[in-house]
Design a protein around this ligand. Structure first.
Ligand code: AVJ
Length: 320
């Protein structure tokens, strides 16, 4: 039983990255703010509520698919360690751990920017699974994958929660190509992807009747206000979730119906959002078996197995 954490981000570097991202985003055409900044304590709590909404089927679908197929996936992959990108809460890892048969998972390697959450998760996990080794990496999976420890046995890398959908095509290709090089001998990749489906279900999942997603979206302006001493008026922005067929994604935007002005004091930046203009806050790409396979193949990965209920899928990949 052991817990260690390699820390590659600290509050200072995270704040610098936030400032740089917000400056770039608010100078952008269209203006944008990266979705990673949704997740302060308020945003994480709002997202937890989203996962329980009737319209947001993704989390339930993934959990049901893991309950149905994780045993078979682990029987085939026989992992001795599990790496989890953007781990968040250990719920998904616990589901996989519960499904192990024959080959025990000896080491868990979660990577997440929230070191405090990783430590809390490790404490509860080690209480229930004292035989486990946990080697946490406090970092951003888009920037610190090269800091992962070398494999301590056959490796399964899990990238769940449809988070891959938030990355645009070049970022997905970069990440998957890098992951291919980190799988090690006999290693496998397990990715959760949301599937293209009817427009109303897709848009409802990102624009629920209770308005929780709208609040989750506006919360990014509260994060900017607090962290960079800005004076955006979140309530003055309308939540927009729309399907973009050409790029197979749902886009979330904050729309200004009236002209909005704000000052971001820490950046000495005056922002004007004209009527009808938006701030683009998130892309949620949706896949088919064909597009997911093409994405893996382009990164040198073969699709080993595909587990779906028609709305969501678990794709298992291996180095070609
Ligand atoms: C957690 C990033 C996968 O994109 O579906 C939920 C975040 N955004 N509702 C997603 C989200 C709006 C979610 N991910």
């Amino acid at each position: 039983m052991a817990y260690r954490a390699d820390v590659h981000v600290d509050p200072g570097s995270l704040h610098e990255a936030l400032a740089a991202d917000v400056r770039r985003g608010l100078h952008g055409r269209p203006k944008f703010l990266p979705p990673k900044y949704f997740y302060d304590d308020v945003g994480s709590a709002l997202f937890e509520r989203i996962t329980r909404l009737p319209e947001y089927y993704l989390t339930r679908a993934e959990h049901a698919l893991l309950d149905a197929h994780a045993r078979g996936i682990l029987r085939d992959a026989r992992p001795e360690e599990l790496v989890e990108l953007g781990a968040g809460s250990p719920a998904k890892f616990r589901r996989l751990l519960a499904a192990t048969n024959g080959t025990p998972i000896r080491r868990y390697v979660p990577i997440d920017v929230d070191g405090g959450m990783l430590e809390d998760s490790a404490r509860t996990l080690l209480r229930d699974h004292p035989q486990l080794d946990i080697h946490a990496v406090v970092g951003d999976f888009e920037r610190h994958l090269d800091r992962l420890p070398p494999p301590a046995g056959r490796r399964l890398v899990a990238f769940l929660g449809s988070t891959i959908g938030n990355l645009d095509a070049p970022a997905r290709h970069r990440l998957l190509s890098e992951l291919r090089g980190l799988l090690g001998d006999g290693g496998r990749l397990l990715v959760g992807v949301d599937l293209v489906k009817n427009l109303s279900a897709l848009e409802a999942a990102y624009d629920d009747a209770a308005g929780v997603t709208a609040e989750f979206n506006r919360n990014i302006l509260r994060v900017v206000n607090r962290e960079l001493h800005a004076d955006f008026r979140p309530a003055a922005f309308r939540h927009v979730a729309r399907w973009h067929d050409a790029d197979s994604r749902v886009e979330m935007h904050l729309a200004a119906d009236e002209r909005q002005t704000a000052t971001v004091n820490d950046l000495d930046l005056a922002v004007i959002v004209e009527p009808g203009e938006t701030i683009w806050t998130e892309s949620c790409h949706k896949f088919t078996r064909l597009s997911a396979t093409a994405m893996l193949n382009a990164a040198g990965l073969a699709l080993v197995s595909w587990h779906t209920d028609g709305t969501y899928a678990l794709a298992v990949g291996a180095a070609q």
